[in-house]
Design a protein around this ligand. Structure first.
Ligand code: HSE
Length: 396
């Protein structure tokens, strides 16, 4: 018998309680032993919850109970969650989390503590919601040298872009729906401004390339600059606009990672990823390209990934997790703004075409072009003096 405590009874935490309860038989069969929910820690009251009997307010109860072997951290953020995770690991308990901010900012340190204590620190749900991606990269693709990983990593912004531009919903309405469906972060600016995708590509980069990549090493733009005019003009040439996180190795062996809106050709499967779905492409030197697709956010899809980690942790009690990546540092990460791609630029009408650019056409008094492969600074130099409204990278 393995006892579990859940920290934080929000959207994901309540989903974890539900999956452990409803799928108890499958969970026990997967782990080869019974897994029992013993505590839910939250400072709030939930008088109507069917899980009321598990509620405690003080984390010290869990920390001091030697019968709790696995702690599920679904608090979010990198403050209390950081403190409780450290204390749980130091108390010899495995920790499973969906908290991408914590893994992206303190993952290396927490993994090190887990290794020293012989327990697991697992975070399948931190990237891609319910999509299996962390375990497939660290196990099933382990024979590959990975050259590149990119994808739609934020369900809320993909939902907003889809609802605005395919179904004609205003931004605020689409965002409200994403919040009602439990997709959005507590502060949705983290979705809209790209920080959530930044944390996720930081985790994926660390996993794929072997050294911790921190969010402040990843230049990040969100979707606030994407307009209906851009969608219309890009669409005329067969492109969709998607917010992508992307990381690749340069010729110098460093990792180059960034987040930003991209024009994606309709022939690329990523262009067809709509709504709250996420899609992630991994390019390895043996496998070629492989794509992962599924629900990137939401209560039960995310709980599905958390509970599969609970099963994994239960199977490895006594041995714990391996260290999936090493220490980070400036020497491992290059400046992603130097990466060369083609660019889309839209400027207020009347400007001369940037040198070497292909015209896309005009709409509502502005004109757009596709510029050939170059770095961000070269693209900015070429459009200097133009009244630039938007400038996005183009995925090949
Ligand atoms: N806010 C996140 C998203 C939740 O929309 O993708 C899942 O990490």
């Amino acid at each position: 018998m393995v006892n579990v405590a859940i920290l934080g009874f929000g959207t994901v935490g309540s989903g974890v309680a539900e999956v452990l309860d409803v799928n108890a038989e499958q969970v026990a069969a997967g782990a080869g032993k019974d897994i029992r929910l013993k505590y839910i820690v939250d400072i709030r009251d939930f008088p109507d919850s069917p899980y009321q009997k598990y509620m405690v307010k003080d984390f010290a109860v869990v920390e001091g109970d030697p019968d709790v072997q696995i702690v599920v951290e679904t608090i979010g953020g990198a403050k209390i969650a950081y403190e409780f995770t450290k204390r749980a690991l130091l108390a010899g308990k495995s920790v499973v989390t969906s908290n991408k901010e914590l893994v992206a900012t303190h993952g290396y340190e927490l993994l090190q503590i887990a290794q020293e204590k012989g327990v697991s620190y697992l975070f399948e749900a931190s990237v891609g919601g319910g999509i299996p991606i962390i375990m497939p990269i660290s196990q099933c693709l382990a024979a590959n040298k990975i050259d590149e990983i990119y994808g739609i990593l934020n369900g809320t912004t993909n939902y907003i872009l889809t609802e605005m531009f395919k179904n004609g919903l205003p931004f605020e309405t689409a965002l409200k729906q994403a919040q009602q469906n439990g997709y959005a972060e507590a502060n949705p600016a983290a979705d809209v401004e790209g920080h959530d995708a930044c944390r996720k590509i930081s985790i994926l980069s660390s996993l794929c390339f072997g050294h911790h990549v921190y969010p402040d090493q990843v230049p990040t733009e969100g979707i606030t600059a994407v307009t209906g005019d851009d969608v219309e003009l890009a669409g005329r040439k067969g492109y969709k606009i998607k917010l992508l996180g992307r990381a690749l190795t340069g010729g110098d062996g460093r990792v180059y990672a960034y987040v930003g809106p991209h024009l994606v050709p309709e022939s690329n499967l990523i262009a067809g990823v709509e709504g709250v779905m996420n899609g992630i492409v991994v390019r390895g030197n043996a496998i070629g390209s492989v794509m992962f697709y599924g629900a990137g956010a939401g209560k039960l899809p995310t709980a599905s990934a958390v509970v599969s980690d609970v099963i994994d942790a239960a199977k490895h009690i006594g041995t714990g997790s391996r260290m999936p990546w090493g220490a980070g540092g400036a020497e491992y990460v290059g400046d992603a703004n130097t990466l060369e791609t083609a660019w889309y630029v839209r400027a207020k009408g009347g400007a001369a075409a940037p040198q070497g650019a292909e015209q896309l056409g005009g709409v509502n008094g502005s004109e757009a072009w596709l510029m050939p492969k170059m770095s961000r600074s070269a693209a900015q130099a070429l459009t200097e003096g133009m009244d630039v409204q938007s400038m996005f990278r183009v995925l090949e």
